[in-house]
Design a protein around this ligand. Structure first.
Ligand code: AMP
Length: 283
């Protein structure tokens, strides 16, 4: 495994590899790696000759400065896990390497409705920050494919839109959400949960399963209300949203008889930590 900290050096190396006919897969992460990230490394290894994992806690996507300060950083362990998975290249840049012009550089991406719905509504500026870092990483690595987790459903849609906007010849490949034994979606933020809250946090998975089971029997609005009540009565302090939406447009569905792909998404707080999760209710 080769570790690069400089953008120029990793680009140079990967351009050489491309000339040799090798395909490149990129797995962008913010570190504090877990099985969810490692499943994407695995997926990239199955699909590409060279797998690049980037580790960068991107300051421009945090709308809450305290969340940024407290974001777990476990670089030595991350490198150990990536080495064990036989990841080929790790890119571990500094902030100035990603943002040579400073973090405030004004570039705006037209994300249309994706910008203001769901996560966009509760985390203003978040997806612009995600696009900034992903635009830069795609430019540095120039991968053939990039691998993202469906755990961040809306983020996957935003990045697909970014790829389309920039007309990049890059395929987006989605990996399934990896969960703990009791259903809690793995997340770097889970490490900040106490044992008791971690146990209670599985209520998100139960709520999503409840929606899936009863979709079609009850109106979406009723299911959303039931699920939010369930979360609050099972230890969650606040619920930003429980939304049953069209899986392509992310617009709310009002009736259960739609033929479209339907996804239920939840964002809720437990023990001061904001968790998100989702489930495809109807493919
Ligand atoms: P993050 O480090 O949280 O920015 O995540 C990096 C990538 O890993 C993103 O594409 C996430 O969607 C993905 N990811 C995070 N958690 C999981 C999970 N539990 N299962 C699958 N992919 C995940």
């Amino acid at each position: 495994m080769i570790l690069y900290k400089k953008a120029e050096s990793v680009t140079e190396y990967l351009i050489e590899q491309k000339k040799l006919g090798k395909t490149i897969g990129l797995v962008p992460t913010m570190g504090a790696l877990h099985e969810g990230h490692l499943s994407l490394i695995e997926l990239s290894k199955q699909n590409c000759d060279i797998t690049v994992c980037s580790i960068f806690v991107n300051p421009t996507q945090f709308n809450d400065p305290k969340d940024f300060e407290k974001y777990p950083v476990t670089v030595p362990n991350d490198l150990h896990l990536l080495e064990a998975k036989k990841c080929d290249v790790v890119f571990l840049p500094s902030v100035s390497e990603i943002y040579p012009g400073g973090v405030k550089a004004v570039k705006h991406y037209d994300l249309s409705d994706l910008e203001n719905l769901l996560e966009g509504k509760y985390r203003p500026g978040h997806f612009q920050g995600v696009c900034k870092v992903v635009d830069r990483l795609l430019n540095i690595v120039k991968p053939d494919k990039t691998f993202l987790g469906q755990k961040d459903y809306q983020q996957c849609m935003v990045i697909q839109r970014l790829i389309n906007l920039l007309e990049l010849p890059i395929e987006l490949v989605l990996g399934n959400t990896i969960r703990e034994a009791k259903g809690l979606a793995m997340s770097s933020r889970n490490s900040r949960l106490g044992q008791d809250d971690k146990q209670k946090a599985t209520a998100i998975y139960s709520a999503l399963n409840y929606i899936k089971e009863h979709y079609g029997e009850k109106l979406p609005a009723q299911l959303e209300e039931d699920a939010a009540r369930f979360l609050k009565s099972h230890g969650f302090d606040a619920v930003d949203y429980v939304s049953i939406v069209n899986g392509t447009t992310l617009k709310p569905v009002n009736e259960s008889n739609s033929n479209n792909k339907i996804v239920a998404l939840i964002a809720a707080f437990i023990g001061g930590i904001r968790l998100i999760d989702n489930m495809v209710v109807k493919p």
